[in-house]
Each structure stands twice: as structure tokens, then as C-alpha cells.
Design a protein around this ligand. Structure first.
Ligand SMILES: NC(=O)c1ccc[n+]([C@@H]2O[C@H](COP(=O)([O-])OP(=O)(O)OC[C@H]3O[C@@H](n4cnc5c(N)ncnc54)[C@H](OP(=O)(O)O)[C@@H]3O)[C@@H](O)[C@H]2O)c1
Length: 254
């Protein structure tokens, strides 16, 4: 049986795949992994210019970087994406599932097709990407998966119904996958709160929301990066969901 090491996982020399890795949170995670010494495969759907720019930044840090587009609205794409990343870099032993939609909908009015669309992208794609990742990981290699989820699975959004339920599924998947894939692959999650302004909103908008939070600040990407890197490196943590939210889970939902 595979005997896992209890020394911290060394990110240097590994290959990492980051979904939605071109910009915003995904870009910060990509660059942190490359700064820690990993070669990176930056998945994107439509942000090709941002993906290339992020790849250039990773190369400037002295690492290999490759990019590839895939529509994760089709969960069957997961296997193809692992093949693309492996062909570009070699075996992938770190997977960060960050790509997601953020549709506005409600229980009262959601249509079945919108429900399926949200779940395919936000839940089914990480599931089947993780399945393909695990199948492709060489038998003598340890792996780490980090799912980027949302603290509002515990304090649900009223107007992002399908997203909230799908991210709740991602939380449960994190624990189920941690059990299924132990001991060789650890699976954890980082649950984000107010990190960056959503599309169409500015920094002032999130700063006003942050006034009601225990830590009274917007996170930015640095806390997400440090939590993700810690979960990848720590050899004795699996199935954990780390809230990175300035304490928003302690008070009412926004
Ligand atoms: N920002 C926050 O404050 C916050 C708060 C809570 C949770 N989160 C979570 O953190 C993660 C990153 O958030 P973010 O705000 O940086 O993300 P974002 O700006 O909303 O970007 C979404 C990402 O998902 C990709 N994507 C969207 N639809 C896709 C599809 N059909 N197929 C493949 N990729 C697709 C996009 O790729 P392209 O741009 O290439 O199309 C983009 O990289 C997400 O999981 C989000 O739910 C963020």
C-alpha cells in the first residue's frame, strides 16, 4: 500500500493545473504556485489574453507555463484538460478547481436548464476533473487538490440560488473525495468571503459590505493564496474546508 510522507509537500518541481487560472483569484493562485517552484498549466475559457499574460509572469518567475482553453460547462471536458496539461508539462500532481460561474437566480424562478448549467460548471466539472487527475497521477506520486468554494454555502445567498447549492455540493464533494482518494491524494477546500468585487461592482461596493464583517476588511487574493498553499503543503490535512472570509460566517449573510 502507498505510504504517504509526513514531511510537507514540496511544491517545487511539481506540475499544477489551475482552472480559471488566467485572472483575478485564479491568476493569484497560478502565480503563487509558480513562485513556489511549480510549473503551471493555466486553464481558461474565454480569457486567452489574460491567460497568456499570466503565463508570461509565471515564466518570468523561472517556471514553465502553458495555457489551454476548455468549456467546463461540459463536465466530460475534465479528462481532456488533464491530457492537455500532461502533454504540456508532464504528470500533474496539484489541481486547483477555481473556475466557476456566479449566476443570479432564485428558487422561485429557476429553470431546470439553468440549474443543470450551474451544477455542471461549479460541481460536476471539479468532480470529473478530480477523477481524471487521480486516474492520471503516477502510482508513486502524491497529489493535492484544492477546491475554491464559498462561505455562503453556510449562510446562503438569496439571489444566487443554484450557485450556492452547487458550491454546497462542492463542500461535500471535498470531504467525499478526501476519503475516496486517501492516502495518496489529499483533497481540501478554501471557502471565500469578500475577496474581490463581483463583475459590475467596484472596490467601494465591497468595502461598504466589509464594514459589517467582524474583521471589517475586504480580503483581496493574498489570504486565499496563503490558505491554498498551506493546504497543499500540509501532509496531515485532508477533507478540510478553510473559511477565508474575514469572519463573515459569524454574522448574517450579506
Ligand atoms: N471573488 C470573490 O470575492 C469570491 C467570493 C467567493 C467565492 N469565490 C470563488 O473563487 C473562485 C474564483 O473567483 P473569481 O471571482 O476570481 O472568478 P471570476 O472572476 O468569476 O472568474 C470565473 C472564472 O471561471 C472561468 N469560467 C467561467 N465559466 C466557465 C466555463 N463554462 N468553462 C470554463 N471556465 C469557466 C472563467 O474563465 P474565462 O475568464 O477564461 O472565461 C474565469 O476564469 C470561484 O470559484 C468563485 O466562486 C470568489
Amino acid at each position: 500500500m502507498f505510504s504517504p510522507s509526513l514531511t510537507p509537500m514540496d511544491i517545487a518541481g511539481r506540475n499544477a493545473l489551475i482552472t480559471g487560472g488566467a485572472h483575478r483569484v485564479g491568476r493569484a493562485l497560478t502565480l503563487a504556485l509558480s513562485e513556489a517552484g511549480a510549473d503551471v498549466f493555466i486553464h481558461y475559457k474565454s480569457s486567452s489574453e489574460a491567460a497568456e499574460a499570466t503565463a508570461d509572469e509565471a515564466r518570468a518567475a523561472g517556471r514553465k507555463a502553458a495555457t489551454g482553453s476548455a468549456d467546463l460547462g461540459d463536465p466530460a471536458t475534465g479528462g481532456i484538460l488533464i491530457e492537455m496539461a500532461t502533454a504540456a508539462l508532464g504528470p500533474i500532481s496539484i489541481l486547483v478547481n477555481s473556475a466557476s460561474g456566479f449566476p443570479t437566480d432564485s428558487l422561485e424562478s429557476i429553470r431546470i436548464e439553468d440549474w443543470h448549467r450551474a451544477h455542471d460548471l461549479t460541481l460536476a466539472s471539479p468532480v470529473f476533473l478530480t477523477q481524471a487527475f487521480a486516474a492520471a497521477l503516477p502510482s508513486d506520486m502524491e497529489g493535492a487538490v484544492v477546491n475554491i468554494t464559498d462561505v455562503h454555502t453556510k449562510t446562503p445567498y438569496r439571489n444566487h440560488f443554484s450557485y450556492t447549492v452547487a458550491k454546497g455540493g462542492l463542500d461535500t464533494f471535498t470531504r467525499a473525495a478526501a476519503l475516496a482518494l486517501a492516502p495518496r491524494i489529499r483533497v481540501n477546500a478554501v471557502a471565500l468571503g469578500l475577496i474581490l468585487p463581483p463583475a459590475g461592482k467596484d472596490q467601494a461596493y465591497v468595502e461598504a459590505l466589509a464594514e459589517g464583517l467582524p474583521l471589517a476588511k475586504v480580503g483581496g487574493t493574498d489570504p486565499v493564496v496563503s490558505a491554498t498553499i498551506a493546504l497543499i503543503q500540509n501532509p496531515f490535512i485532508t477533507g478540510e474546508i478553510v473559511r477565508t472570509d474575514g469572519g463573515s460566517h459569524l454574522v448574517s449573510p450579506q
